[in-house]
Design a protein. Structure first.
Length: 534
C-alpha cells in the first residue's frame, strides 16, 4: 500500500486505480519535503522551505479548463466561459492517464475544503509530485490524524504533469488539460506543474456546488474585529488590487486571503493556508508574509535565489512576475483559529483604477454593489505587457470569472440577497491612481487607503458628509475628519491639473463600463439596469 494513514476501505485500489508503484498516503510536511528533495523536485531553502520551479507553466492555463457536458449539468453551466468536453473524451483521457500512471509512485492527501463542517467538501488529491502534495496540504484544511481512518472522499483530483493529452482523442484544446466531471466526481489535471491548478480546481468545484445550498462562494479575503467575529469584512479584488495586503490588518483577525463562503451560518474560509505573491515583497511593508518565506515547509515557487546561500531575490522577476509562496494559515500570527466569521458587516470591492477617475472610497447601494460585482473592474498599466502603452480596462465578472462555472447573475443575485438580508454596507475602494492616469498621476497613498478602510470598518465613515458622484452615481465622502486624509484626495477631479482632461477620461471609463455590462442587460433586474444606464 505504501506509507501513511488512510481509511482501509478507501485506498486507490478501491477506486480502480491499480498497478501503481508506491502510494504514499497523507504524509506530513517533513516526509513530503524529504521525498521532494530526494526525488530532485526542488531544493531545501532557508528555514526548511521548499524551493521549486514549475517549468514552462508559471501560471494557470484558463483556456485548457473543461467541464464534461453531461445531462445533469448541461443547463446550469456558463458555457460561454467554460469549454465543454464530451463524456467519451473524458473517459478516454481518464483511461489513458491511469495507464500512464502504472509503475509510478504517487502521493495522496485526504483533505477538507471548507472550515464550516456543514458545507465542507471531503476531497482527495492524487499527485505525481511530492511538493504538490505539500502545497495542497498547506492550501486545504487538514483532518486530525484519527479522522483519516474513516475519511471518504467525495471528489478526487488526479494531477499528472508528465502526461500529455491528445486534443484529437480527448477533445481538449492542447496537451495541457484540466477536466472536471461532476457526475463521476473526478477532476483530471495533466501536463502542467503549476500548483495553483490544484487549488483553483477545488475552488471552481465549490463555486458550482455551493449556490444550490444557498451559499455564496466568494473570491475574496476576509477578516474580523478582534474578539468580535460578528464584525466581519470581506475584500473582493483581482490580482494587484491589494486584496491580501489590506485584509492582513494586524489590528484585525485574518479569516483567510482568497476563497470564502457566505452561508446562513455566516462566513467561512474554504482553505487552510495562503498563496501569496512575493514579487517586491518586503519585511517593512508586509512583515508577516515576508517572514513565512523562511519558515519550515513553506513552498517557494518560481523565485530566483542564490545557489550557495539560498537567499531569495524578491525583485528578480526573470522567471515570472507570478512568483509565490504557499504556507499554512497559522503561520500568520493574527490568523483565526477556526477560520469562521459572522455575516459580513462590510463588503469591500477593490479596484486598481489606472485611469485616475475613481475616488479612493465610495459607498454603494445594493444595486450598485451588484453592478460593480458583475463588472469586476481593474486596469492593466502601460509597461506590464508588450503593446500596452496606456491603461487598459480588465473586467472579470464576480472578481474571478475563470473560476465561475455558473452564470454570473447566479452569484450576483446571491450576493444581493445576502446584502439585503443582513444589512451589509458595501464600499468601492480604488487603490490605483490619483492626480492623473498612470504615467501622469501617482499611486493612491497606502496610508490614505488604510485610514479610509479603518473608518469604514469601525463605522466612523458613516457619519461623514457624502456627495453623489456625477459619473457613477455612488456616494463619496466629502471629508473624513476621523482621518488625516486630505479632502482633495476624496474628489479625483480636483486632484487633476487639467480638469477637462479628467472629464474626457471619466467619460471614456464610463463608456467602457457600459460596453462591458451590455452582456447582462437582459438578465438583471430593473434597479441594476438603472445603475448601468446612469
Amino acid at each position: 500500500m505504501g506509507e501513511g494513514r488512510v481509511n482501509p476501505d478507501q485506498t486507490l485500489e478501491h477506486q480502480g486505480i491499480i498497478g501503481l508503484g508506491k502510494v504514499y498516503y497523507n504524509l506530513i510536511e517533513p516526509d513530503l519535503i524529504s521525498k521532494a528533495v530526494c526525488g530532485g523536485e526542488g531544493e531545501l531553502g532557508i528555514g526548511g522551505t521548499m524551493l521549486v520551479s514549475t517549468g514552462k507553466f508559471t501560471g494557470r492555463s484558463p483556456q485548457d479548463k473543461h467541464i464534461v457536458k453531461t445531462d445533469s449539468v448541461a443547463d446550469t453551466i456558463w458555457w460561454e466561459n467554460n469549454a465543454a468536453m464530451t463524456e467519451e473524451g473524458f473517459d478516454a483521457l481518464h483511461a489513458d492517464m491511469l495507464e500512464h500512471m502504472k509503475g509510478r509512485d504517487y502521493f495522496v492527501q485526504d483533505l477538507y475544503a471548507g472550515a464550516d463542517p456543514t458545507y465542507r467538501l471531503d476531497v482527495r488529491l492524487v499527485t505525481e509530485l511530492a511538493w504538490h502534495s505539500l502545497f495542497i496540504r498547506h492550501m486545504l484544511r487538514r483532518p486530525e490524524r484519527e479522522e483519516l481512518d474513516s475519511f471518504i472522499p467525495e471528489f478526487t483530483v488526479i494531477n499528472c504533469p508528465t502526461f500529455k493529452a491528445d486534443p484529437e482523442r480527448h477533445g481538449c484544446r492542447s496537451e495541457t488539460v484540466i477536466a472536471m466531471n461532476f457526475d463521476k466526481k473526478l477532476i483530471l489535471i495533466a501536463n502542467t506543474e503549476y500548483a495553483g491548478e490544484n487549488k483553483k480546481s477545488i475552488f471552481s468545484l465549490l463555486n458550482y456546488m455551493l449556490p444550490e445550498k444557498g451559499v455564496m462562494p466568494m473570491h475574496c479575503s476576509a477578516n474580523h474585529a478582534k474578539g468580535n467575529p460578528v464584525d466581519t469584512a470581506v475584500f473582493f479584488g483581482l490580482s494587484g488590487t491589494g486584496k491580501t495586503t489590506l485584509s492582513a490588518d494586524p489590528n484585525r483577525v485574518l479569516i483567510g486571503d482568497d476563497e470564502h463562503g457566505w452561508s446562513d451560518n455566516g462566513s467561512f474560509n474554504f482553505e487552510g493556508g495562503c498563496y501569496a505573491k512575493t514579487i517586491n515583497l518586503s519585511r517593512e511593508a508586509e512583515p508577516e508574509i515576508y517572514d513565512t518565506c523562511s519558515m519550515f515547509g513553506t513552498v517557494i515557487e518560481n523565485m530566483v535565489y542564490d545557489p550557495e546561500t539560498k537567499e531569495l531575490d524578491f525583485d528578480d522577476d526573470s522567471l515570472t512576475a507570478n512568483m509565490r509562496c504557499a504556507y499554512p494559515l497559522h503561520y500568520i500570527s493574527n490568523a483565526s483559529e477556526n477560520a469562521l466569521g459572522g455575516h459580513p458587516k462590510n463588503v469591500i470591492m477593490l479596484t486598481c483604477d489606472a485611469f485616475g477617475v475613481l475616488p479612493p472610497i465610495a459607498r454603494l447601494t445594493p444595486a450598485q454593489a451588484m453592478y460593480h460585482f458583475l463588472s469586476g473592474f481593474t486596469a492593466k498599466v502601460a509597461g506590464t505587457e508588450r503593446g500596452v502603452t496606456e491603461p487598459q480596462p480588465t473586467f472579470s465578472t464576480c472578481f474571478g470569472a475563470p473560476f465561475m462555472p455558473r452564470r454570473p447573475e447566479v452569484y450576483g443575485e446571491l450576493l444581493r440577497e445576502k446584502i439585503a438580508k443582513h444589512g451589509t454596507t458595501c464600499w468601492l475602494v480604488n487603490t490605483g491612481w490619483t492626480g492623473g492616469a498612470f504615467g501622469v498621476g501617482t499611486r493612491m497613498p497606502i496610508k490614505a487607503t488604510r485610514a479610509l478602510l479603518t473608518a469604514a470598518l469601525d463605522g466612523s465613515l458613516e457619519d461623514a458628509e457624502f456627495r453623489k458622484d456625477p459619473n457613477f452615481g455612488f456616494e463619496v465622502p466629502v471629508s473624513v475628519k476621523a482621518t488625516a486624509v486630505p479632502d482633495i484626495l476624496l474628489d479625483p477631479r480636483r486632484t487633476w491639473d487639467d480638469k477637462k482632461a479628467y472629464d474626457v477620461q471619466a467619460a471614456k471609463l464610463v463608456g467602457m463600463f457600459a460596453e462591458n455590462f451590455a452582456q447582462y442587460a437582459d438578465k438583471i433586474d430593473e434597479d441594476v439596469r438603472a445603475v448601468a444606464i446612469g
